[in-house]
Design a protein around this ligand. Sequence first.
Ligand code: ADP
Ligand code: ZN
Length: 724
Amino acid sequence: MIVRVLVEIKAKAVDKTFDYQVPSELQKNMQVGIRVIVPFGAQELEGYVLEITNTTNVEELKEVIAIKDEEIILNDELMKIGLAMKEETLCSLSSAYITMLPRALKARKKADIKKKYTTFLSLNTPIDVALNLAKNENQKTIVSLFASSEFISKKEAQEISSSATNTLIKNHILKEEAKETYRYQVKEWEQDEKKELNQEQRHAYAHIVANLTTAKTFLLQGVTGSGKTEIYMQLIEKVIHLKKQALVLVPEISLTPQFVANFARRFEDNIAVLHSGLSEGEKYDEWRKINRGEVSIVIGARSAIFAPLKNIGIIIVDECHSDSYKQENTPKYRVLDIATFRSNYHTCPLVLGSATPTLEMAARGKKGVYELLELKHRVNQFPLPTCTIVDMKEEVKQKSPIISRKLQEEIAKRLELEEQVMLLLNRRGYSTNVMCSSCGFTYKCPHCDITLTYHKTTKSLRCHYCGYTKYVDARCPNCHEDALNYLGLGTEKLETILKEKFPKARVIRMDTDTTARKGVLEKIIEEFKEGNYDILIGTQMISKGLDFPKVTLVGIVNADLSFNIPDFRSGEKTFALLYQASGRAGRSNIPGSVIIQTYNPENYILNCVKEQNYEKFYQYEMDIRRNLKYPPYYFLAQIIIKSKDYELAKKEAMQTVSYIKQNREPHTIVLGPTTANVFRKKNTYHFEILIKYRFDTLLKDTLKQLDQLFITKKNVSIDIDMSY
Ligand code: ADP
Ligand code: ZN
């Protein structure tokens, strides 16, 4: 018996399998899709068995040293997904597999995450015999525990009496046994029961249910608060009834205990959860539960799309427009592509839910590639919030440059009524930068191309790209005047200002700085929901999917911020962010209002947000995309050439452009090289090349060759994103 093993080696070049002889004692347990330990040069490496065979071209075969897994970890479907990822994103096969699996199952020697075992006790004799043998009250109490269950954890028995437990074991009345246990527990949460679907919900539900055995994609476009989650849950109920499984993807932030517990109330412990808040041990346990078919529902963030469910009946991607569904690092895969693959593999529907789908998705919905299902109203006909745009140019003249008079007035009103307020400011930190009013000096990161952000709690300036930190000088380091000023506004400063303006209000802030520690995010959400705070300040974190019935006012403190990102999607992203944030207001019977503060009150997109009008935004933005040849009219690939050596990076980037131009179809557009958004990051120069194409049969091969070419180059590297 010979096996082909994919060995994990860092370099891209070695994406090859190697053949090994399987010694006879290992043959019985050898399977495709498990990890083995093999000799590789002077080392011992782990690898995945991709094939079992009898033939080889290798003359002298080395032998497999050991088998690492009892259970298959790369089943047929996952293997195929890996191959598809390699083909579509141009990554290596081993990096695809490594991305798909929890750390405990990666073919890497270092990560040794163990299964957890718990000691259980069971009776050696019938219970009446045991009760007779028991010598005292404590022993009897312990034995009587076994009347209702066969196994009791040793810990539980010891809590009654540790000496009695030990005696019972010593006298062979009880026996000990170590059992594999799972670390993660879904917490219970008070929540109301299954809802009767309203007419719009029923219509959408019925359409999907009628297609439960087709690989069809549905775009469920429902305004905020239209009850999409309820539809998901009832669809899942149906799927479980058919003895199939459901895979539910949500953005990381929505994976709060509340959300999970909503599901848990309906589906009890039939759920596994996968997200970055779990420890590696917990992730490993959840993965095994899924792999063993012990749960019917998986809820998770991006990488949960690879959950090893074997009989999927529905895939749901909630808030499908979210950035988090595209992985930024290699392999740069999109959840949408993997979900489509799995929907085809299992012949089951894929449901994409959002109030603000991406233009690509919406266009497919309109063309009928996806079946569009709309929910135009909030449940119970609660109105969408009313929205006011405030011109901040005017407010500056009136000396209220941060919180406008209107916003101040409205906040005061809500505090009076004991309702809640959310304020969105998409920039963390205290002030954006520190500038000398005498000479104009600003602090820049010495390694990156951006200004440093001031953080008051740590009294330091920080680079949001590389984490570089420095203290502010007493005087301007350039002109030595005592004239350093704090400019701009971040969430931290907003918090200080609010506390001054509304000293009685209970204010809490939610951004990556306040939620770095595990569990803090959940706690803030919980406490705000319970009414322990009046005002929640936050970055885009607070905009997604959160349901706080008592929030009646949402303030967008600086709507212009996200327009400034140099990205052709900034309009779309701003619309989604502000629309979603607005949607947090008025989600129960008290109508909500939204106040948008801006220096550009005429801005078209802001006015679409004001009207809560997706369709108007769509028409406007599609026009721009058509004129500028951007997606969905063209596909876009991005290439970044990186080097610490400026001249080298530039030269390679120019050569890359001419190489592509010689090996593409004529209508494909190649732009660049230009300096990337952040040109210098961690002392590395970034040149960008953009490729706009529609149908180009040459392009993929060209890029594959480029990728290979760069493996051998020194001090310069290439980064290709096929679905930019
Ligand atoms: P969305 O995800 O579309 O923004 P949610 O699923 O969060 O909306 O639903 C908003 C609120 O409406 C939730 O509190 C939910 O429990 C409630 N809800 C959903 N469907 C119904 C229904 N048919 N009847 C009554 N309440 C509902
Ligand atoms: Zn930096």
